[in-house]
Design a protein around this ligand. Structure first.
Ligand SMILES: NC(=O)C1=CN([C@@H]2O[C@H](COP(=O)(O)OP(=O)(O)OC[C@H]3O[C@@H](n4cnc5c(N)ncnc54)[C@H](OP(=O)(O)O)[C@@H]3O)[C@@H](O)[C@H]2O)C=CC1
Ligand SMILES: O=C/C=C/c1ccc(O)c(O)c1
Ligand SMILES: [Zn+2]
Ligand SMILES: [Zn+2]
Length: 368
């Protein structure tokens, strides 16, 4: 018998078993704590639309059992002997990526999310051959490089959505030089990622237009989130009146949608940044981009450095995410509500405050 640190740990998570995406308790083991590993007792985990894409096999590469969850905040309960970045008792975050090759150009440039050998926090295989499992679970063991400190001044449940949604909007704004005050930005799709887009862009001093599929979120967007304008994408007159007005659009729509109505909103040199994970071809005719030198581009989460930056940015600017905290027993209802666009704006599961071994509770978020 070795010490506790040398043993595999038994963990209970909530796993999908098939493409129904239904989660239920699942017991598995996590690796022995390696020299650079951090053992994280999960406190909170946000629910991202990607969790639906993965659990329901929208991209055709899902492996089961799969414990989703990649907006993970927890407490460090153990560290390997070579860990220098984190200490027992720290509150830390884990996001979408838990491994990379450390040798390729993206890794050397500290944009490890673009490493072709990236290891996803779930639905992937770790270097030891074991499946990776995410944050809807009592514990994760993660290499210290992919663990970020949650700065003082951020509540752990508030920090969770920043680890994916927050950094996913922050990274392209920085990378594409879209941080100057006075820029006019559009946020297409006001969900978990989109609402952080409004908040981050407003904090950068931008004039922000929400472009939504309905009028339902108008008052909240303007009054609560601080948006400057609100367009309903099916309102042809309003869309025409807004033509040629935006420097960029952050597109978070998670399903197939036309490009051209949104390209029309961009000014000369405007950028359409695709963030939604859509497994079908999108289309547009070339003059839509040529006549205005417009760009259609994409962006994938953000680096570990940018993750630390966006956390501090939110502390410095006093930004909070707008969340609905639920217990693990409500996770399937939460996933269903997220899929039917019925959340303002991010569910966060109170993992530590739930009995993760208990069967699900159908009624409300306050239950186990
Ligand atoms: N590129 C990256 O690194 C990342 C990508 N993603 C991806 O971004 C997309 C958005 O994620 P997230 O913000 O968590 O998702 P949400 O479901 O929280 O938000 C998506 C929003 O898109 C709009 N929408 C339009 N049509 C639909 C539809 N048919 N079904 C659902 N929503 C619709 C809704 O806004 P409205 O009511 O205003 O129309 C909705 O709130 C997903 O595809 C996700 O996988 C997420 C994180 C990182
Ligand atoms: O939510 C974070 C992950 C986003 C993501 C982006 C692209 C892609 O192909 C994925 O499988 C996930
Ligand atoms: Zn995500
Ligand atoms: Zn690499």
């Amino acid at each position: 018998m070795g010490s506790l640190a040398q043993q595999e740990k038994t963990v209970v998570g909530w796993a999908a078993r098939d493409a129904s995406g239904h989660l239920s308790p699942y017991t598995y083991t996590v690796r022995k704590t390696g020299p650079e590993d951090v053992v994280v007792k999960v406190m909170y985990c946000g629910i991202c639309h990607t969790d639906i894409h993965q659990a329901k096999n929208h991209l055709g590469a899902s492996k089961y059992p799969m414990v989703p969850g990649h907006e993970v905040v927890g407490e460090v309960v153990e560290v390997g002997p070579e860990v220098t970045k984190h200490r027992v008792g720290d509150v830390v975050g884990v996001g979408v990526i838990v491994g990379c090759c450390r040798e390729c150009r993206p890794c050397k440039a500290n944009v490890e999310q673009y490493c072709n050998k990236r290891i996803w926090s779930y639905n992937d295989v770790y270097t030891d051959g074991r499946p990776t499992q995410g944050g809807f679970a009592s514990t994760m063991v993660v290499d210290q490089k992919f663990v970020v400190k949650i700065p003082a001044g951020l509540a752990p449940e508030q920090a969770a959505p920043l680890l994916c949604a927050g950094v996913t909007v922050y990274s392209p704004l920085k990378h594409f030089g879209l941080t100057a005050p006075g820029l006019r930005g559009g946020i297409l799709g006001l969900g978990g990622v989109g609402h952080m887009g409004v908040k981050v862009a407003k904090a950068m001093g931008h004039h922000v237009t929400v472009i939504s599929s309905s009028n339902k979120k108008r008052a909240e967007a303007m009054d609560d989130l601080g948006a400057d304008a609100y367009l309903v994408s099916s309102d042809g007159d309003a869309m025409a009146a807004a033509a040629d007005s935006l420097d960029y659009i952050i597109d978070t729509v998670p399903v197939h949608h036309p490009m051209e109505p949104y390209l029309s909103l961009l000014k000369l040199d405007g950028k359409l940044v695709l963030l939604g994970v859509i497994g079908e071809p999108l289309s547009f005719v070339s003059p839509m981009v040529m006549l205005g030198r417009k760009s259609i581009t994409g962006s994938f989460i953000g680096s570990m450095d940018e993750t630390a930056e966006v956390l501090q940015f939110c502390v410095d600017k006093g930004l909070t995410s707008q969340i609905e905290v639920v217990k693990m027993g409500y996770v399937n209802q939460a996933l269903e509500r997220l899929e039917r666009n019925d959340v303002r704006y991010r569910f966060v599961v109170d993992v530590a405050g739930s009995n993760v071994e208990a069967a699900e509770v159908e009624t409300n978020g306050a239950a186990a």
